[in-house]
Design a protein around this ligand. Sequence first.
Ligand code: PDD
Length: 281
Amino acid sequence: RTVYVNGEYLPEADAKISIFDRGFLMADGVYEVTSVLDGKLLDFAGHSKRLARSLGELDMALPIEMDDLLEVHRELVRLNDINEGMIYLQVTRGAPSDRDFAFPDPDETPSTIVLFTQNKPGLADTPVAKKGIKVISIEDIRWGRRDIKTIQLLYPSMGKMMAKKAGVDDAWMVEDGMVTEGTSNNAYIVKNGKIITRHLGTEILAGITRNAVLRFAEEAQMTVEERSFTIAEAQDADEAFVTSASTFVMPVVEIDGAQVGAGVPGPVAVRLREIYLEESR
Ligand code: PDD
């Protein structure tokens, strides 16, 4: 793979980051995952806007112009010949000369930027989407600024492991009895034709896919309600699904061992996946 590090395109084996990088020492950084379909980026505008917001909330500077960042994405897709897959981008608060909790002076310590591609042939046509996924619920014990896309992913990783151990695919997180989101996706249920997903706030990430899917749903005259819901309500729903840049729209067919609806991907989730893939291409 050819990767991008601080202004340079390099073979991945030659790419190096300092051991003092605050991303490495303190998870002091933000990231974005943008999908690639038919060699084209999906909603770069949305991802770059959220990146700028995440950086702003943490007083971190982007070490490159946004227009140039688009070119880096395109160049990596070209150099690595990606037809279907993802681009991972990470910006951290750079590498000061020593470990220190206080933020370094940004004039002395420029932020670090890294991008690499992940080739995923068959991503859009994955058989998983035809079967749907199973989830368990876990307590949401993440920090309180989940609207910022930080690289602090230990708890979501633990959540995926808890799911794996339980023999299922993923976990939905619950706070004060209400579902926040999936470990790496936004969560939805469908009841009597109505699509229900948690309202935005500091408790969840404002998914770029969520934004697009809700827009497409409204354009298709579907009703959308943005509010929180419980696991019991989700188990009793007609359908459930998740959205993210890497899974698009993914049906959920089981929650904590209870079958959702008919236990197969429901018509609304299937239709939204089709619309999303069609409109994004
Ligand atoms: N995850 N919620 C969380 C906690 C996420 O980590 C993600 C994305 C989403 C969905 O956001 P979007 O639609 O913009 O991808 C919601 C990415 C894909 C990841 O960590 O790999």
